[in-house]
Design a protein around this ligand. Structure first.
Ligand code: FRU
Length: 464
């Protein structure tokens, strides 16, 4: 029994070959979602990074295209963003048609300099032309990276980190080419790791006409599940800059969601983000054959008021799926095996604690293997236990990741299970745990369980 790295995830993007980390340049344009990504096509570890490229109509099925920005000996293409310059403010479009414009960090492996460069595409992202005046923003730093640009009135705003300083800088530009420093935010919140991959999004407040500005910041160390993770600041963006209006919170209590940024121009209400499903602590130890690394599911963001302010909710973009098994109005005492064999599935459930001390789901169950999603109503927590989930490639991997669960009597769960991951969205996405797991392909069992009493299954649906 062991994990088989040649079996690909079904609903999570993986590169044809080589190494993948952060998503880059997420944009919806001309009916396509573009996912660019940090890519070393010739090796299974980080190295001279290019921008890989894939497109999708629905954020679930991806088609990989040729490498978009190719690394050279003196320029590695680090993380950044893409916008559609619809008004051709850059003047780089032809025949008055606005181009796609990428802003990315040029990393010089000799001097370690990190400066921001621009490339544009006039053929729907298929081919890219670096600007002759690159870099377009250079402060002479070895710790200045990950520009994320969005349209702002007539011009553009960029958020970018001074990573070692734990600062997000805002820059403004009328034309994407010339950038002026506007304001700075930080250090604040978690500062144990360096800051990376910022994004500033406007998120609607559920059930109201209101919205708030939310700053997403990835931190390379000190996250709740160990290693790298993401924090968010709810706040407001004014002419003076961004300021937080409540303390920082963690986006995810699992170990494996990093560097998530939003899709520019995504249709629908509220931002859609997607992250790298790994952790710098052990990313290069994950068993691999042809490729190493995958993305999380895309998630739509919304805010919901709670006792301390506003909570950021994440709702996954999923395949509708067909019902494989259903339960309703059943009591569980002990472990109930569900009549399905699922290597990949989605479970949607509403569970009530009853007298149980612990209850939840076990997925990817096999001989000696299981990943447990467990609610402890007295402690008001939900956890993903991957201590018996299969292969453990690193000492920090086999661990229990625990999140506070504000509502404790009825728990709404959406759990997306794939070949090498479990993503848990509890209470409508208010509590999220994203975890890689490395079970045997034959571990396909699914159970619902209650310990120390009886739990009540109001409803449970397994979708395949
Ligand atoms: C985040 C990160 C970015 C950098 C990129 C390099 O995971 O470290 O800050 O641009 O990866 O691949």
């Amino acid at each position: 029994m062991s994990f088989d790295p040649t079996v690909r995830p079904r609903d999570h993007f993986t590169p044809r070959r080589g190494w993948l980390n952060d998503p880059n340049g997420l944009v919806h344009h001309d009916g396509e979602y573009h996912l660019f990504f940090q890519h070393h096509p010739h090796d299974l570890v980080h190295g001279p990074i290019s921008w890989g490229h894939a497109v999708s109509a629905d954020l679930v099925d991806w088609t990989e295209l040729p490498t978009a920005l190719v690394a050279s000996d003196d320029e590695h293409m680090w993380s950044g963003s893409v916008v559609h310059d619809a008004t051709n403010s850059s003047g780089l479009g032809s025949d008055g048609v606005g181009p796609l414009v990428a802003l990315y960090t040029s990393f010089d492996p000799t001097t370690l300099r990190q400066a921001q460069s621009l490339a544009h595409s006039s053929d729907r992202g298929r081919t890219w032309l670096p600007h002759p005046d690159n870099p377009v923003l250079d402060i002479g730093s070895t710790s200045f990276r990950d520009p994320k640009v969005h349209r702002d009135g007539d011009g553009w705003t960029m958020v970018i980190v001074r990573a070692d300083d734990r600062v997000v800088d805002l820059y403004r530009s009328p034309d994407l080419l010339g950038w002026t420093h506007h304001s700075s935010f930080g250090p604040e919140g978690s500062v144990e790791g360096v800051w990376e991959c910022p994004d500033l999004v406007r998120v609607p407040v559920e059930g109201t006409d209101e919205a708030a500005d939310v700053l997403l910041v990835s931190v390379s160390a000190g996250a709740p599940a160990g290693g790298s993770g993401m924090q968010y600041f709810v706040g407001e963006l004014t002419d003076a800059g961004f300021r937080s209006t409540q303390p920082a919170r963690w986006c995810d209590h699992g170990a494996d969601c990093y560097a998530a940024i939003s899709y520019a121009d995504a249709p629908g209400t509220g931002p859609v983000v997607q992250g790298w499903m790994s952790n710098w602590l052990y990313a290069d130890t994950i068993p691999a054959a042809d490729f190493r690394g995958s993305m999380t599911l895309a998630r739509r963001l919304v805010l919901r008021p709670d006792a301390d302010g506003l909570a950021l909710l994440q709702r996954p973009v999923v395949r509708p799926g067909t019902v494989a098994c259903e339960l309703a109005g059943t009591d569980v005492d002990g472990e109930q095996v569900l009549p399905v064999a699922a290597r990949t599935c989605r479970v949607v459930a509403e569970l009530e604690a009853g007298s149980a001390q612990r209850f939840g789901l076990r997925v990817r169950v096999g001989a000696g293997e299981r990943t447990t999603v467990v609610v402890d109503p007295a402690a008001r927590t939900i956890a993903v236990d991957r201590t018996e989930a299969g292969t453990s490639p690193h000492p920090a991997f086999a661990a229990v990741h625990t999140a506070p669960l504000p509502r404790r009597d009825v728990v709404r769960l959406e759990v997306v299970v794939d070949v090498a991951s479990v993503e848990v969205f509890a209470d409508d996405g208010e509590v999220v745990l994203t975890d890689q797991v490395l079970p045997d392909p034959g571990s396909t069992g699914l159970t619902v369980f209650a310990e120390g009493g009886t739990a009540h299954v109001r409803s449970l649906t397994v979708l395949e």
